[in-house]
Design a protein around this ligand. Structure first.
Ligand code: SF4
Ligand code: F3S
Ligand code: FES
Length: 233
């Protein structure tokens, strides 16, 4: 057990005029992750600290936050790998509701806008739709997205224009656009070609650096841009 110092940006949208930093120290094991540290603070020192989390294993995407200046999933970062005090802030560009909890509704509205499911227009075939390994490979990378929001909230184009659909929604659009079984490409490409679509991306690459799933977000965005330019996927 060792003492670890944290500095957390606190804000209650119903009470505080502005955010303020609070310092904490908790005893942690060498194998503990940042999420363990924040939960220890909440459990042992200050029950009012608010955060979102669920799986604690890098799957649900609910605990993305800024850790020592970078967007990360708190459950995937080992405390011992970080310089102290470990600074924790909510993701940028979304309204903060309380402490580390941001309003994700605008993010999910953009997700819904790209029709994130397979669209079927032709009559259903008698047997399943076959797909070759090569066809499956085209969208393999973008199937890994867990909708954590780390990419979108690290993107300067999004900070300067909150209406930009953002890299996460583009990743989702890519996953279905490049699926040979999908029949909704026209509508999806229209959303991508909108003034708030892919062309707002300035190839800054912060999204690639931020993605906890190692998705090559910028490559996916480039492929969607090419599909629009060619008029087909
Ligand atoms: Fe999170 Fe990566 Fe999906 Fe963006 S692309 S929402 S960073 S998993
Ligand atoms: Fe933003 Fe990523 Fe493009 S950081 S500008 S979406 S390459
Ligand atoms: Fe689910 Fe971290 S708590 S990804």
């Amino acid at each position: 057990m060792k003492k670890v110092a944290f500095k957390i940006l606190r804000f209650d949208s119903e009470r505080d005029p502005q955010p303020h930093w609070e310092n904490y120290e908790v005893e942690l094991e060498p194998t503990d992750r940042v999420l363990d540290g924040i939960e220890a603070i909440k459990g042992r020192l200050d029950g009012t600290l608010a955060l979102r989390r669920s799986c604690a294993h890098g799957i649900c995407g609910s605990d993305a936050m800024i850790i020592n200046g970078k967007n990360r999933l708190a459950c995937k970062v080992l405390v011992k790998s970080l310089k102290q005090p470990i600074t924790i802030e909510p993701m940028r560009g979304f309204k903060v509701l309380k402490d580390l909890i941001v309003d994700m509704e605008p993010f999910f509205a953009k997700y819904r806008a790209v029709t994130p499911y397979l669209v079927e227009k032709e009559p259903r075939p008698e047997k399943e739709r076959l797909q070759s390994p090569q066809e499956r490979e085209r969208f393999d990378d973008t199937t890994k997205c867990i909708l954590c929001g780390a990419c979108t909230t690290s993107c300067p184009s999004f900070w300067s224009d909150p209406d930009y659909v953002g890299p996460a929604a583009i990743v989702q659009a890519h996953r279905f656009l490049f699926d040979s079984r999908d029949q909704g490409k026209e509508e999806r490409l229209k959303v991508m070609n909108d003034k708030e679509g892919v062309w707002r991306c300035r190839t800054v690459f912060n999204c690639v650096e931020a993605c906890p799933r190692g998705i090559n977000v910028t490559r996916a965005i480039g492929e969607v841009k090419q599909a629009i330019a060619k008029g087909k996927v």
